[in-house]
Design a binder for this molecule. Structure first.
Ligand SMILES: Nc1ncnc2c1ncn2[C@@H]1O[C@H](COP(=O)(O)O)[C@@H](OP(=O)(O)O)[C@H]1O
Ligand SMILES: [Mg+2]
Length: 260
């Protein structure tokens, strides 16, 4: 299944509708409670999830949806939507604007299309196989292309605002090259690489499939890659562990960096 341009526009519209729900909650007092894994949940996650599920069911009837906030488990599907209605809930609660709506289409384990919307930043990233990768702002749509990472230039490293730790510090010391470090919440880290503003995002901590799939599609279509510790592209599916392995997202697939 390959999306047409109008189907990709439909996915963008669904993400924007979810973003409006999130911003509605963001405008008021935000009540939060803890999920089983101790991560936070808010009314915004649930409202965005409902809008996305309704939108996808209407536009793509019969296609399975695996969402962080609502899923039937144990389903085997070669074609499915992988959804994180609000990635960066901690950033949302801290009110630093770095949270995103994420919708990916996965076919045979690969994210073939993805939409990442940052409603508070008024940025929309979208991509699909055969249609390229794009960033939409108030100024219009611009095509995304990653940067090449020459060996003699400083490396621009992206990392989590909320999760990092000793493993990241160790990796930076093994990098052995001049570098800058920029923190960002949620899947925006992949998007910054997709738009050529950063080179690499080494993730040494847990993430789930829905945290990465949509932005993975954007980065791949912009010329980058998301690799597991063996150097193979990260893969997705309801039959796989929901937790991703550690990974490295990079703009220049030919660049060499220390292993995770
Ligand atoms: N212990 C853990 N287990 C699983 N996922 C975790 C985790 N700690 C952080 N994450 C994931 O990392 C995401 C945030 O990443 P970052 O810190 O880079 O912004 C969270 O997304 P949510 O906000 O959707 O829960 C969460 O899914
Ligand atoms: Mg998430």
């Amino acid at each position: 299944m390959q999306l047409s341009r109008s189907q990709l526009d439909t996915l963008c519209g669904i993400a924007e509708a979810a973003g409006r729900e999130i911003m509605d909650v963001y405008a008021g007092d935000i009540a939060a409670w803890s999920k089983d894994d101790a991560s936070p949940l808010t009314e915004a996650d649930l409202r965005a999830d409902r809008v996305i599920r309704e939108g996808l069911e209407r536009a793509f009837p019969g296609v399975y949806i695996l969402s962080e906030e609502s899923s039937s488990h144990g389903v085997q599907a070669d074609v499915f939507f992988l959804v994180d209605p609000l990635d960066g809930t901690k950033e949302f609660l801290k009110r630093n604007d770095e949270f995103t709506v994420n919708i990916a289409l996965v076919v045979d384990g690969r994210p073939v299309a993805g939409v990442v919307q940052a409603p508070a930043l008024h940025e929309l990233y979208f991509a699909a196989q055969g249609l390229g990768a794009w960033r939409r702002t108030a100024s219009g749509d611009e095509p995304l292309r990653t940067s090449r990472c020459a060996g003699d230039t400083p490396v621009r490293v992206m990392g989590s605002r909320s999760h990092g730790g000793d493993a990241l510090a160790g990796w930076l010391s093994r990098l052995g090259r001049e570098h800058s470090f920029v923190a960002a919440g949620s899947s925006l880290k992949f998007c910054r690489i997709a738009q050529g503003e950063a080179d690499v995002y080494p993730r040494h901590g847990p993430t789930s499939q829905w945290d990465t799939a949509a932005a993975h599609a954007v980065l791949e279509q912009a010329g980058g890659a998301v690799l597991d510790p063996s150097g193979a592209p990260l893969r997705y599916g309801p039959g796989r562990p929901i937790l991703n392995p550690y990974f490295m997202a990079l703009g220049d697939p030919a660049a060499t960096f220390p292993s995770l």
